[in-house]
Design a binder for this molecule. Structure first.
Ligand code: IPM
Ligand code: MN
Length: 373
């Protein structure tokens, strides 16, 4: 089959890691006889440099026409240092979510056995963790009216949600729970916020349509604590935009490395796949960033396109790279010679092409040379 993929490398390490995902996809295309037609598009700081616009019209068009979108990372320290700047890289991503109505950010959090030693949490706490976070990302405080007063002494951000905006993601979360451990935890702050009370009411109502799924509620502060104390208790987490932003990053440490977490942002017409990590500006251009989250984003994308066997092939290759310690310096483990970003990408692509351990050239693996003979 032929698929058109919009590729938005973005900023910082975005381009380097996205290139490795493309290598994995090219290998999949060869083995399974597909054509992936990449349409590159700009967004974020790099787009501002090029055209003054964090989300050029052309990018929106390319994304709308594509079968799926593969995105790298967004942001630049230059903008972080100056909060007065009116045009900011992140606006590109927020506007793209809105334009394409990518309302549901779905974030799987799994403890990889090989990486448990990297987690700041104890093995017995995290082993077996398997959480799926559904975070609403097209409404809430991110998108409400915001203003700073003339004298600069006051500012506000409005948080607003409609029943429709809550309902559509709630249905997705409950449907996903039906195929898992049949539990949804709604995380909110309904002891304080009116929007949270609307979430509780709406979600409770909808839960009656899913009789085999158990619904639990947690306040966000308490949830932040429980997530670290006992992550295994969670199955599907459902939450609004701002709380979800924080909870997703918190949950990412459970896996042992944020460098492995991929997420999807799904709407009725379009879907975007991206690493959970950010731009890692210190590593930009050095070929040291971990490409696995981007590569796993490509796997999520294939899954979404219905290419399950192909997605599995990528996941198996990632597992193999972890088993063999062909990993970047952030998770190098016992390996004294961490692999470069591009080498990890080469290994993954080679493994997808061969899918056979007998071809592995173990002698060269740990000196970062060719890994497949
Ligand atoms: C994320 C990011 C974005 C967000 C930023 C870059 C606007 O942190 O995807 O979680 O806050 O949603
Ligand atoms: Mn975030």
């Amino acid at each position: 089959m032929k698929y058109t993929i919009a590729v938005i490398p973005g900023d910082g390490i975005g381009p380097e890691v996205t290139n490795q995902a493309k290598k994995a996809l090219d290998a999949v295309a060869e083995v399974y006889d597909h054509i992936f037609l990449y349409k590159e598009a700009q967004m974020g700081a790099s787009a501002i440099e090029a055209s003054g616009n964090p989300l050029p019209e052309e990018t929106i068009e390319i994304c709308k026409k594509a079968d799926a979108i593969l995105f790298g990372a967004i942001g630049d320290p230059k903008y972080d240092k100056d909060p007065s700047l009116k045009i900011r890289p992140e606006q590109g991503l927020l506007q793209l979510r809105k334009e394409l109505d990518l309302f549901s950010n779905i974030n799987p959090v799994k403890a990889y056995d090989q990486l448990i030693k990297n987690s700041p949490l104890r093995r017995e706490i995290i082993k077996g963790t398997d959480i799926l976070i559904f975070r609403e990302i097209t409404a809430g405080i991110y998108f409400g009216k915001k203003e700073t007063s003339q004298d600069g002494k006051n500012a506000y951000d409005v948080c607003s949600y409609s029943v429709d905006e809550i309902s559509r993601i709630t249905h997705l979360a409950f449907k996903a729970a039906q195929g898992r451990k049949k539990k949804v935890t709604l995380i909110d702050k309904s002891n304080v916020l009116e929007t949270s009370r609307l979430w509780r009411k709406t979600v409770t109502e909808i839960s009656k349509e899913y009789k085999n799924v158990k619904l639990e509620y947690l306040y966000a502060d308490n949830a932040a604590m429980k997530l670290i104390l006992n992550p295994k208790k969670f199955d599907v987490i459902l939450t609004e935009n701002f709380i979800g932003d924080i909870i997703s990053d918190e949950a990412s440490v459970i896996s042992g490395s944020i460098g492995l977490l991929a997420s999807s942002s799904i709407g009725d017409q379009n879907a975007l796949f991206a690493p959970v990590h950010g731009t890692f500006p210190e590593a930009k251009g050095k070929d040291i960033a971990n490409p696995l989250a981007s590569i796993l984003s490509a796997a999520l994308m294939l899954e979404h396109l219905g290419l399950h066997e192909e997605a599995d092939a990528i996941e198996r290759a990632v597992e193999k790279s972890l088993d063999l310690n062909i990993t970047t310096e952030d998770i190098k483990g016992k390996n004294k010679y961490p692999a470069k970003t591009s080498k990890v990408g080469d290994f993954i692509a080679d493994y997808i092409l061969n899918q056979d351990d007998s071809n592995l050239n173990f002698i060269n693996i740990h000196v970062g040379q060719s890994t497949i003979i």
